[in-house]
Design a protein around this ligand. Structure first.
Ligand code: MLT
Length: 210
């Protein structure tokens, strides 16, 4: 069962068992190697679990299908969210991990947001870089006390500011402790926010991160 559930191609880097593990979720066209340097930079010494999205969009790996840019195939998203949550559960058991903190960029941030909404027990919290609302009608999960950092770009051509604010509101409605930073940036990751994410993770209270 475990071998079947560990169906995502992935990389695992062991780390300090006293630190919350980090689940790295790449953007469209990335892979399991992509965010390892970012993970090492924002959570030094933490165990890193990095799957490759199982959907191929003209050869570009993604975590779920989309109908157009910013228009999601929500049936597929729901199924892929369950697949990812099951993978994380199996990987935790195989590698002896606490519930991870997700660190997702773009498409990876979107499936991390979907996981918080649909399978909240999977994650201890999340850093969402350039996420958008994943579900037209979101589930109403219990996210009490889960820390979430959202890093949005004020000039993002893919994610309207209003959409990112709506996602923050949906997570807050479930009780998540959301910090939403609107940065003078587009859709791409900027150097400044690596420091912001690192400082936010370092300041997490131990029980919330466990
Ligand atoms: C998505 O499809 O998840 C978003 O449009 C972000 C992207 O991957 O470009």
């Amino acid at each position: 069962m475990q071998a079947e559930s560990l169906s995502f191609v992935h990389r695992f880097e062991p780390g300090d068992a006293g630190l919350p593990p980090v689940l790295l979720l790449h953007g469209t066209g990335g892979d399991e190697a992509d965010l390892l340097p970012l993970g090492r930079a924002v959570a030094p010494g933490a165990p890193l679990l990095s799957p490759r999205g199982a959907v191929s969009e003209n050869g570009a790996p993604r975590f779920f299908r989309r109908l157009a840019e910013g228009v999601f195939d929500e049936d597929d998203l729901r199924r892929r969210t369950d697949d990812l949550a099951d993978f994380v559960a199996a990987a935790r058991s195989r590698y002896g991990l606490e519930a991870p903190l997700a660190l997702g960029f773009s498409n990876g941030a979107n499936i991390a947001a979907a996981t918080l909404l649909q399978r909240p027990e999977t994650l201890a919290g999340a850093v969402l870089i350039r996420p958008m609302v994943p579900f037209a009608t979101p589930p109403r999960p219990d996210l009490a006390g889960k820390p979430v950092l959202i890093l949005s770009g004020a000039m993002d051509p893919i994610v309207p500011v209003e959409n990112a604010r709506r996602l923050a509101g949906q997570l807050e409605a479930g009780g998540a402790a959301v910090t939403h930073r609107m940065l003078p940036a587009g859709h791409g990751l900027s150097q400044a926010e690596i420091g912001l994410a690192a400082a936010w993770i370092a300041a997490l209270p131990a029980p919330a991160a466990a």
